[in-house]
Design a binder for this molecule. Structure first.
Ligand SMILES: [Zn+2]
Length: 402
């Protein structure tokens, strides 16, 4: 320990040494100043962690997996965030998907964006029927008919038709609440709890079709894209993901409207994607799970959130172990979203997070963490909970045996 006097004395020596050009000290001081005055842009900053801790490579899940949240197909036409075609774009062939699934112990993939009518029928025959028990398609609302008279009933009938075709559930993208407007792509935003969708929610309940519902987004997307935003780089890369300003509702308003739907349709099962769309606030998600027995959640594209709060996440996963399903949001060839591109690495990271107590590792296979500059910690779940999260809870929702 040095006392204040010695410290001041040291400072004096430093000052005089720095004042003498040519001394070794003066040279190193100049060097330091040079480095400090050159400020890096964020894009240039890609620090390599010097931490040395054990790394576990989990090549296969300990138990068979149902990936409850994937996108193998999508609508061929979308205007201002609203899907407007039954026709599908195919993002991956069954063969290429099965190769990864077999090596990673993924028994089945749920393709949430299966569409409706002919597009849905094609998807089901090419995937679900051609490869039994490996693919399950969900249907989606037919927003292109939103302005037709009798739409509420017509949409409920579309659910029945999709069920007969073989759809296992209904998927709601962020369309409700954030994109669909009174004139489909213009006018006032349509709220999630708009009564015109009540017959649709009821039809799902009657047919035992779970509703995979996505409302809202990371809460940082609802704040300005500035130097205080923890997802600044992500929003800069995808400016259209910002929901700040304009006539857009707040995150809280979206969740409240969603909750009113849960309350109004107690016989319908809702799987709220992305950890109940509020992974930054697990206390809030827990409160809603306690309030609504018809609510479950998936973990897709949110291990970055769960893994930065591993102790809270572990308690959450333990407490709600019967109501959490495994999902990744995997999209074949979706290279611009490293946290959800369908490949071996993606699954290995999820397994590492769930099965190990590894520390401080990347939540996505990317040079810079794509959803915020932090790393994650594993939650090391026991086998009984792993079984539930990997496949038992999803099998119950889908009404399939595994
Ligand atoms: Zn998704």
């Amino acid at each position: 320990m040095i006392n204040r006097r010695q410290w001041l004395c040291g400072m004096g020596i430093m000052a005089s040494a720095a004042a003498q050009p040519g001394s070794a000290f003066a040279a190193s001081k100049t060097e330091t100043q040079k480095t400090a005055s050159h400020s890096l842009s964020l894009a240039e900053f890609s620090p390599k962690s010097m931490l040395q801790v054990p790394e576990t490579h989990v090549a296969r899940a300990k138990f068979p997996v149902i990936d409850f949240h994937t996108h193998i197909t999508r609508s061929a036409k979308s205007t201002r965030g609203v899907s407007l075609a039954s026709d599908r774009v195919y993002l991956g062939t069954p063969q290429e998907l099965l190769a990864v699934m077999d090596s990673k112990n993924v028994r089945a993939m749920v393709n949430l964006t299966g569409g409706y009518d002919k597009g849905l029928g094609d998807v089901i025959s090419k995937y679900d029927h051609a490869f039994q028990d490996r693919f399950y398609a969900f249907t989606e609302p037919c927003y292109e008919r939103f302005l037709e008279t009798g739409y509420p009933q017509l949409q409920a009938e579309a659910i029945e038709r999709a069920h007969r075709q073989g759809a296992r559930g209904l998927k709601i993208l962020k369309t409700l609440g954030l994109y669909l407007r009174e004139n489909i792509t213009s006018g006032k935003l349509v709220k999630i709890d708009d009564p015109r969708f009540d017959p649709m929610w009821d039809a799902c309940g009657q047919l035992n079709m779970p509703v995979a519902i996505h409302v809202s987004d990371p809460v940082a997307f609802f704040t300005p894209t500035d130097g205080f935003n923890e997802r600044y780089e992500e929003l800069t890369n995808h400016p259209d993901w910002s929901f700040y300003g304009g006539d857009l509702p707040s995150n809280a308003e979206l969740l409240e409207a969603r909750n009113r739907v849960f309350a109004r349709h107690p016989k319908t099962q809702f799987v709220v994607l992305h950890v109940g769309n509020f992974a930054e606030n697990l206390a809030n998600v827990a409160e809603n799970l306690d309030r609504f027995p018809n609510m479950s959640v998936d973990i897709a594209a949110r291990i970055g959130e769960l893994g930065r709060q591993p102790r809270t996440a572990r308690k959450f996963l333990e407490k709600y172990q019967d109501r959490i399903v495994f999902g990744t949001d995997a999209t074949p060839h979706g290279d611009e979203y490293p946290q959800q591109v369908f490949n071996d690495k993606l699954y290995e990271i999820y397994y590492r997070f769930l099965e190990t107590d590894d520390e401080y590792f990347d939540y996505a296979p990317a040079e810079v963490p794509p959803q915020g500059r932090w790393r994650i910690y594993g939650v090391n779940l026991p086998e009984t909970i792993l079984r539930k999260v990997y496949f038992e809870n999803a099998a119950r929702q889908l009404r399939v045996a595994i």
